[in-house]
Write a protein that binds this ligand. Structure first.
Ligand code: FAD
Length: 374
């Protein structure tokens, strides 16, 4: 079977890999001149700078499985050390309480003391300890589930900036089963999400490093793209860059793909272009699917790369810069100075924006170059 994969980001490369494993004759078509899509790792001056994603979550098995299949397991590192997250609540920024996961505490005392939640929010969250199991077999929105178990305080002040910020949506729009299936498992096994998280915290303290859900690769996520591309070529896949697919046409034997100066036919096509690109390509042949995709494009990712001098940054330095750039919209700040990656993120869920700020030792000069990418 001839399989055409349109889009050479991680989704397209992973789909091509799956196709090759199933014995398909794979051609991957990428419009730009490089593979990786949003994954772009720059290695400069002994440092690794991620321009897009910098880590993946260990509680979703697919990424780890792919890395293992490619023999990169020994390159996996956890992100920890000097990583500091601050959340905006009740008019100011607060550090994330020690031991706090995405939404649930793995240590009770710092959670009780945090200024992020009001006393009422904490009492309401405690109701989770006595509530019966609430989930049926059907999927629900994460915000709805967490709201019923732990109250709106946890949803607004932790879940929205921490989970919604990552996925560029509100937790009312995100599926529990697709995004955080581990919460379903926690309720099934422990009934209370708090008890489940505290138990995980205890076992993580016995196994050092197991606490952080974030992992990355020693040489940056770009090394996954590089290894995957090499493995695909070695297994006979054709990877074409500069290959912008303009139109799709149905033909008797499958689909014809029309490029600027070429065309090819395939028995099956994977669209890994992102929703906007897929909606455009499906407009003529599958208008209903195209309309559904276009309606679903709710996340407008505004990315600001701010390159500034790493030396001489006071505690409030990058934060002030970021707040100045983003006004009052900033809800969460992630400041990572862990070597080799040094970076600074802000999540602005209310505006569905992600502000991403790489800190580089560029000499003494501040480079306030805001590079806007939509
Ligand atoms: C700043 C930032 C930080 C992020 N951080 C994280 C993180 O830490 N962890 C995480 O898990 N996720 C993170 N994400 C999200 C993650 O980067 C994306 O979900 C993921 O990279 C999307 O991969 P993709 O292959 O679906 O799409 P893309 O990477 O966008 O790739 C799509 C590709 O399709 C190509 N294409 C489009 N149309 C056509 C066409 N007609 N013909 C041929 N090619 C076409 C494009 O050129 C592009 O290369 C982050 C995103 C951003 C922007």
């Amino acid at each position: 079977m001839r399989l055409a994969v349109i889009g050479g980001g991680i989704a397209g490369l992973a789909a091509a890999w799956e196709g090759v494993q199933q014995g398909a004759d794979v051609v991957l078509l990428e419009a730009s001149d490089r593979l990786g899509g949003k994954i772009l790792t720059e290695r400069a001056g002994g440092r690794i700078v991620e321009h897009g994603p910098d880590s993946f979550v260990a509680y979703r098995p697919a990424g780890l499985a792919l890395i293992r299949e490619l023999g990169l397991e020994d390159q996996i590192i956890a992100t920890h050390g000097t990583r500091k997250v601050q959340l905006r609540s009740r008019g100011r920024m607060h550090p994330l309480p020690d031991g706090m996961g995405m939404v649930l505490p793995t240590k009770m005392w710092p959670f009780i003391r945090t200024g992020i939640l009001s006393p009422w929010d904490k009492v309401r969250a405690g109701l989770d300890l006595v509530l019966p199991r609430l989930l049926g077999s059907e999927d629900v929105a994460i915000g709805d589930f967490l709201g019923r178990r732990l109250g709106k305080g946890i949803v607004r002040k932790f879940a929205d900036p921490m989970i919604g910020g990552i996925y560029g949506a509100t937790v009312e729009e995100l599926s529990l089963d697709a995004v955080l299936p581990s919460l379903r498992v926690s309720e099934r096994d422990h009934r209370s999400l708090m008890l489940a998280s505290l138990a995980q915290g205890r076992s993580a303290r016995v196994t050092p490093g197991a606490g952080s859900p974030f992992r990355t690769l020693r040489e940056g996520l770009g090394s996954l793209v590089e290894r995957l591309s090499e493995a695909l070529v070695a297994q006979g896949a054709e990877l074409r860059t500069g290959a912008d697919v303009r139109r799709l046409e149905r033909v008797t034997a499958g689909t014809r793909l029309l490029l600027a100066d070429d065309e090819l036919e395939a028995d099956a096509v994977v669209l890994a272009t992102g929703p906007a690109g897929a909606a455009r390509l499906l407009g003529e042949t599958e208008p209903e699917a195209a309309a559904a995709l276009a309606a679903d494009i709710s996340s407008r990712g505004l990315v600001l790369d701010v390159l500034i001098n790493n030396a001489g940054l006071g505690a409030g330095g990058p934060l002030n810069l970021v707040q100045e750039a983003a006004g009052q919209g900033v809800r969460a700040v992630l400041n990572e100075t862990d070597k080799p990656v040094a970076k600074h993120h802000c999540r602005i869920p209310s505006q569905r924006c992600c502000l991403h700020n790489s800190l580089l030792p560029l000499g003494s000069r501040v480079r306030p170059s805001f590079l806007l990418r939509l």
